[in-house]
Design a protein around this ligand. Sequence first.
Ligand SMILES: Nc1nc2c(ncn2[C@@H]2O[C@H](COP(=O)(O)OP(=O)(O)OP(=O)(O)O)[C@@H](O)[C@H]2O)c(=O)[nH]1
Ligand SMILES: [Mg+2]
Length: 391
Amino acid sequence: MNRPDYSPLEPIAALSTPWGQSALALVRVSGAGSLGLLEALFEPPGALRAAPGHTAVHGRLRDPAGGEPVDEVLVIVYRAPRSFTGEESVEICTHGSPLIVGRVLDILSRAGFRPAGPGEFTLRAFLNRKLDLTQAEAVNEIVRARTDRARALALHRLAGSVEGRIRELKQRLLELEAAVEVRLDYPEEDLPGELAPEAELDGLEAGLAGLASTYRIGRLYQEGVTAVLAGRTNSGKSTLFNRLLREERAIVSEAPGTTRDYLEGGIELEGVPVRLFDTAGYGEAGDPVEREGQRRTDALVEGAQLVLYLVDAAAGLRQEDRLFLERRAEQPSPAGPGLLALWAKADLPGVPSAPAGFLTVSAATGRGIGELAREMGARILAGVGPASGEE
Ligand SMILES: Nc1nc2c(ncn2[C@@H]2O[C@H](COP(=O)(O)OP(=O)(O)OP(=O)(O)O)[C@@H](O)[C@H]2O)c(=O)[nH]1
Ligand SMILES: [Mg+2]
């Protein structure tokens, strides 16, 4: 792949909204001289040059080759350094047609605007000290957030820079060092104020630990976790998968070995995006496809933060189930004790009550599903420590 050209001296242009039909589309340009270049495409003539920063100007864009109007637009003028990038820049609001956007980008390119590379507007904001690196990352996280909680945390980071917090802690550390050194160098001096370096260091350490936990929490809400439903064939995995997804995604049948390859769906628990997998059940593998299915289940279980292991309450706990649960319990995942044992199909008549440590559920009736979702959420959050990550 070619690396995009990120030379900060050229004016750049890009579509900021998705390609496709919509009421409006937003094309953004930035860089010294942008207004002058746009002037040649815009009417009424001179309107852009005369516009103060942070104002909107109504007009038309024209193709300079032939003078044909391309669209009626509203442009917002930003004058350096009071813009997102810190440069002279303009947001052009066109009608939302891919045809129009294509023409607009074409005339901009002919006028001297280079197509912006991915993230280049934010890069310029960073280079021009409009954002620090942690805030630039937050911009990316806001755009990519998959849950409302992830969005809120990223927005919080954009406002209250993590870098600012780090600088503050560093400053306090330097001041402490200076205070200690001056007392060592001039022990005979009677310096004002009590010095309690240990208490101050404890406070700094707690501050740094808090920051480190915001990293783990931020990652958790951005990237989410993987949860895998596993168990013997026919234990009710696909039925539970559908219940948790609230849609009839996986095929369910009384024939063992119905699910031959894994299925994936997305849910949200405690604001964390969760990739949930239904898998091929363990059991006699009659053919190579079933063997491959079970191998894929093993691979998913291996990489999962959370495994939900189902045992059919009517069939009872078998030796294979015990072996799986013991093996998994010996290798707790880094994100916490990532195993939940489920006593499934608990609605069936005459089934024994759950063995110790099992959660009783019935995907058919919904019994225990609320508790299961709460327990899954608690396990996921437990993996990152106390939820103090509002920084
Ligand atoms: N009574 C009752 N039946 C259930 C429940 N969950 C699943 N079943 C039934 O058990 C059978 C197997 O269910 P599936 O969800 O297909 O089981 P599975 O674990 O995905 O099976 P494989 O894909 O073959 O590994 C079906 O007949 C379901 O209707 C439940 O909670 N209660
Ligand atoms: Mg299945």
